[in-house]
Ligand binder design. Structure first.
Ligand code: HSE
Length: 321
């Protein structure tokens, strides 16, 4: 693995806290490219240790399913950051305390949040030897695609492309205030499984369908033209294939639209479904209730989250403990 610039040897504190937002990838047509950050967060308190000792504590969402040894994704991400910063020989262990609010394996970017939390905190302790783009590249290497890690790092709505291993992300705040209504089913769905049902090739007409809508989505958000959002969240590249994994998906989409949502999509690889309303329309509770009922009609129990866009991305909360 390539090494970045050397870290600062003049480290003030070996402990730092960071907060990382949950994320929703794809946003309908932007498969593996578009993402957004939302106002639900995981907190990490990290202490780097010189001795090879690992203490991991997690509370909150999915705590009982998170490995507390060297398989832990936060620790694996920290190790890769230390390696890339040339600090792996100096720091061989860590104390990791996670407080998680992002549901696990539901399509709200819990693994991206874990990766970003680990590398952001370790980088901050080392005096930020990796710049924004180097962090993005490392996070993308670990996660495999940029559409969750980019908004987790930068906040806002993000468009990312990968070209010969280089990741480029454009992050922006839409010119309209959105509410994000998330129906969180009571079952997990692994991204790996949700990718297995996808075809290797798609028809040209489907590619054209998505290119138009993805472009429309970004343009309408940037310019604040809500009337162009009507069909802009639609997708034919991944959602139709994944529908079989989420009972009632089409009905929940319809229920959200009938209740006044601007658009609705799978959140990442699912199983969460996410609807979008304008903040000033005050329709979020109605949309949430309609989505929950439509899911229930298919015997799927859900929790509703009513969120907004996070515009800061991962932040260091304080340096000293
Ligand atoms: N773009 C990815 C997918 C997101 O849809 O498979 C997974 O979180």
């Amino acid at each position: 693995m390539e090494k970045s610039s050397q870290y600062s040897k003049d480290i003030q504190s070996h402990t730092i806290r960071v907060r990382v937002p949950g994320t929703s990838a794809n946003c309908g047509p932007g498969f593996d490219c578009i993402g957004l950050a939302c106002t639900i967060y995981n907190d990490l308190q990290l202490t780097l240790l010189r001795e090879p000792k690992l203490i991991i504590e997690t509370t909150g969402e999915g705590a009982s399913n998170i490995p507390l040894d060297d398989r832990n994704i936060v620790w694996r991400s920290i190790s890769m950051l230390l390696e890339r910063a040339g600090a792996a020989d100096e720091f061989k262990g860590a104390i990791i305390r996670m407080e998680n609010h992002i549901p696990l394996s539901r399509g709200l970017g819990s693994s991206a949040a874990a990766i970003v939390a680990g590398i952001k905190a370790a980088n901050a302790i080392l005096g930020n030897p990796l710049n924004r783009n180097e962090l993005l590249r490392l996070a993308t290497d670990i996660e495999g695609h940029p559409d969750n890690v980019a908004p987790a790092l930068f906040g806002g709505v993000t468009v990312s492309v990968v070209n010969k291993g280089q990741v480029q992300t454009f992050s922006f705040v839409p010119k309209m205030k959105l509410k994000l209504i998330v129906a969180v089913p009571d079952f997990p769905l692994s991204t790996r499984m949700a990718r297995q049902v996808l075809p290797k090739d798609v028809p040209m007409k489907d590619a054209i369908f998505n290119i138009g809508r993805a472009s429309m989505l970004i343009g309408a958000l940037i310019k604040g033209k809500e009337r162009f959002l009507q069909n802009a969240f639609d997708d034919v590249l991944h959602q139709p294939y994944r529908a079989e994994l989420i009972p009632g998906m089409a009905d929940v989409f319809q229920a959200a639209k009938d209740a006044g949502a601007l658009g609705v999509a799978m959140s990442g690889a699912g199983p969460c479904l996410i609807a979008f309303t304008l903040e000033r329309s005050h329709l979020e509770n109605e949309v949430a209730a309609s989505m929950a009922q439509a899911f229930l009609n298919h015997d799927v129990k859900t929790k509703s989250l009513i969120l907004a866009l996070d515009i800061r991305g991962a932040v260091v909360l304080n340096g000293e403990q």
